[in-house]
Design a protein around this ligand. Structure first.
Ligand code: ATP
Ligand code: ZN
Length: 320
């Protein structure tokens, strides 16, 4: 094999995994993300905001990190928990629904999982919901006794039924679950819902949520090897910084000491502010990171409370 240049993209075979080094001998962190799908772009955007870059390789499965020892593996989302479990990948960005389903599947088989949620990432929000045909008078899980439930999440559905003490048939479908009642394949469905429009188009109504989901950073339960752990910690610090400033603004202003308490009461979503005394005046120059929207109306209220020279600034990076 020719020597690797840091700018070379390495196409690899996921099936069989032959060209991938054995677990434990790597010194570059490997992150699995969805190749094509709802989480692909936001996952890349998040890692991009963390300062990482790769040579684009839309048709390849592996992208070699340009500026940090962090490589990407582009796969189907369902493969991500298994890749972490086996140590072929160190981290992954995947829906909590997929992680929880595969953990429940392993638990059902009496095996543990060497993957867990490390961080919730705040995008890809959806719910795994039980939905029944419009017109059903939903009374509770007992109504499902002896019924058929179509789902792509059999382990979570079975665990939920068992917890509710209900005997129902779980019909496992890999897609188009919401059409199953109309086709006569099932009575109700247990499926991912975000807006609810797909369910409504199939005359179904969500009645009960089994799981609140969003994209998460998944990693192993066990510690990573020290070199990889150091890179993973660097990435986590940056992700935390990106998450903390998402939708945040830096608010700068001056206020007389006597008005500060009143001004701060108007900033319940701000982190504890930094303040500096202004020379020769009984005023403080202050800055506070606000996590909510700072509207004109809020600025006017702050001004009425005594603040002056109000400025709202975008925040690009933060390292706590
Ligand atoms: P793959 O080809 O990678 O297996 P997929 O079809 O399983 O793709 P997508 O439809 O791209 O997956 O969904 C990926 C994830 O997006 C889901 O697992 C879920 O976490 C999240 N998601 C957010 N909203 C929805 C929704 N309305 N329906 C389905 N998934 C959603
Ligand atoms: Zn999938």
């Amino acid at each position: 094999m020719p020597p690797r240049s840091p700018h070379t993209l390495l196409p690899i075979e996921v099936t069989g995994m032959s060209p991938v080094a054995a677990p434990g001998v790597r010194d570059r962190l490997r992150i699995a993300i969805q190749k094509n799908g709802r989480l692909s772009e936001p996952a890349r955007a998040l890692l991009g905001s963390c300062g990482l870059s790769w040579r684009e390789s839309p048709d390849k499965l592996f992208c070699y990190g340009d500026n940090a020892p962090v490589d990407l593996l582009l796969v189907r989302d369902d493969d991500i928990p298994g890749l972490i479990d086996s140590g072929l990948c160190d981290l992954g960005i995947v829906g909590r629904n997929v992680l929880a389903e595969q953990a429940a599947e392993r638990a059902g088989e009496g095996r543990g999982a060497n993957f867990r949620e490390w961080r919730a990432l705040g995008f890809g929000g959806c719910r795994l919901s039980l939905a029944v045909p419009q017109g059903w008078d939903w009374q509770g899980p007992a109504q499902l006794d002896g019924r058929r439930i179509a789902t792509s999440y059999p382990a979570l559905t079975r665990a939920w039924l068992a917890a509710a003490g209900v005997q129902a048939d779980v019909v496992v479908l890999s897609g188009s679950v919401e059409i199953a009642p109309r086709l006569g394949q099932a009575d109700v469905v247990c499926d991912l819902v975000s807006s609810g429009a797909t369910l409504a188009a199939n005359q179904l109504v969500p009645v009960c949520d089994l799981l609140q989901s969003e994209a998460v950073l998944a990693g192993p339960v066990a510690d990573l090897d020290p070199t990889l752990a150091e890179t993973a910690q660097m990435l986590l610090r940056r992700i935390d910084g990106v998450m903390r400033i998402r939708d945040s603004k830096l608010l700068m202003f001056q206020a007389p000491r006597a008005a500060v308490a009143q001004v701060l009461r108007l900033l319940p979503d701000a982190e504890p502010p930094t303040s500096y005394p202004m020379e020769g005046e009984d005023m403080l120059a202050m800055q506070a990171l606000c996590h909510g929207v700072v509207t004109w109306q809020r600025l006017e209220e702050l001004k009425r409370a005594g603040a002056r020279g109000l400025m709202v600034l975008p925040v690009e990076r933060m390292l706590a």
